[in-house]
Ligand binder design. Structure first.
Ligand code: HEC
Ligand code: HEC
Ligand code: HEC
Ligand code: HEC
Ligand code: HEC
Ligand code: HEC
Length: 214
């Protein structure tokens, strides 16, 4: 009798330990899936249509940001460049770079517009209104010349610093929401607007919904 009981106890202990194994394994898998695999499955990685090299254009070609990204007289923003803007210098190859040769063959020679194909890391949903005219270098440096020495410093307050890269970063998109991983979320816009100096001074940055949602 005693022996049997002893055996039974041993069996229960064993199965308790055996049961713990799969549980821990399951927990580990769930943790890995939840922390690493799941967010990765949710993210789609995309590449720019052409691996545009900012550094070469600024340092070798001697261009400024405003040559490609400028405010028009009416306050609208040029945004990303058109095929024609690039073709001013790249109507035929000027280097032996494969990306340049492919860009000319696929876009310039065939007359394909590239403007709508550039991926915008900071892209906002259609219901959000944003204007570069309201966030321009002249306005902000009236008070913040210590924060923004060059226009690029100001761009970097909101954007990835792509202007310092030789190859554009990978574009990460959330499969469910379609949002770019690098876009600015509402609380960040609002935190800056909420600064009393920004809505009560010479600037008008309120957090009324209709300012950003038209
Ligand atoms: C020859 C044209 C050209 C010049 C000059 C240029 N850019 Fe760009 N810029 C582009 C193109 C093309 C893209 C889109 C592809 C990309 O992001 O790599 C872009 C994208 C960007 C973006 C990314 C916006 C987003 O969220 O996707 C920023 C920020 C930017 N440029 C800043 C700058 C700054 C700052 C300078 C000056 C130091 C500059 N650019 C000079 C062509 C140019
Ligand atoms: C004002 C003239 C000018 C404009 C406009 C211009 N580029 Fe260039 N680009 C150059 C010069 C010059 C070089 C070569 C720099 C060097 O290697 O010395 C170059 C190099 C390149 C290269 C080779 C990059 C590398 O890594 O060597 C590519 C690709 C390219 N440009 C694409 C573009 C695209 C796309 C646009 C439009 C968004 C554009 N360029 C607008 C002058 C220009
Ligand atoms: C009328 C003057 C004024 C103007 C114009 C102005 N700001 Fe400010 N801003 C201030 C003051 C004052 C503060 C609060 C003091 C501080 O934190 O430096 C501030 C705070 C900030 C901060 C937080 C600063 C920090 O050091 O943490 C940022 C970022 C900022 N402003 C960005 C901007 C941008 C971008 C623009 C242009 C769209 C702008 N400001 C226009 C006066 C101004
Ligand atoms: C206060 C934040 C902020 C600052 C400062 C800022 N941007 Fe943007 N930028 C944005 C937002 C937000 C978008 C997305 C707009 C949209 O999708 O409607 C954007 C979009 C862009 C685009 C994509 C084309 C377009 O208009 O959709 C380019 C290129 C760009 N910005 C370049 C620049 C450059 C260059 C500077 C500096 C001179 C700059 N930005 C300063 C927030 C900013
Ligand atoms: C770093 C600070 C800062 C950030 C971040 C910022 N803003 Fe602003 N914004 C300002 C300031 C300062 C003004 C006022 C400019 C003026 O009155 O000249 C302003 C003005 C505006 C205006 C114009 C308001 C009007 O009535 O004309 C709009 C629209 C706007 N912001 C939208 C946005 C959106 C959308 C975002 C986020 C994607 C954003 N802002 C992020 C500082 C910021
Ligand atoms: C300074 C600019 C700004 C103001 C002011 C603002 N929003 Fe937004 N809002 C944004 C931006 C940018 C997004 C997109 C990014 C995000 O979802 O955070 C957004 C997204 C949203 C969304 C969609 C959320 C989603 O995940 O799709 C709702 C709903 C919304 N805002 C409601 C409001 C309401 C209500 C107010 C007024 C109380 C308001 N917003 C004021 C900038 C603003």
């Amino acid at each position: 009798m005693e022996d049997k009981n002893q055996n039974l106890e041993n069996v229960t202990k064993k199965s308790a330990i055996l049961g713990l194994g799969p549980f821990i394994l399951g927990l580990t898998i769930a943790a890995i899936f939840g922390w690493h695999a799941f967010p990765e499955l949710m993210t789609k990685e995309l590449k720019q249509p052409v691996a545009f090299n900012h550094v070469v254009h600024i340092e070798q070609a001697g261009m400024t940001c405003e040559d490609c990204h400028y405010l028009r007289q009416d306050g609208t923003f040029s945004g990303v460049p058109t095929t024609a803007a690039c073709a001013e210098c790249h109507s035929s190859p000027i280097t032996e770079n494969q990306e340049e040769i492919r860009f000319i063959a696929e876009y310039v020679d065939k007359g394909v517009e590239i403007k709508d194909k550039w991926l915008v890391y900071q892209k906002q949903p259609d219901n959000v209104f944003f204007s570069h005219a309201a966030h321009n270098f002249e306005t902000c440096t009236q008070c913040h010349d210590y924060l923004y020495e060059t226009p690029q410093d100001l761009c970097n307050a909101c954007h990835l610093d792509v202007a310092s890269t030789t190859t554009p970063p990978v574009y990460k998109e959330n499969r469910l929401s379609g949002y770019s991983k690098n876009t600015m979320m509402m609380p960040t816009c609002e935190a800056c607007h909420a600064n009393p100096e920004h809505y009560d001074g010479i600037t008008r940055a309120t957090n009324a919904c209709a300012v950003c949602h038209k």
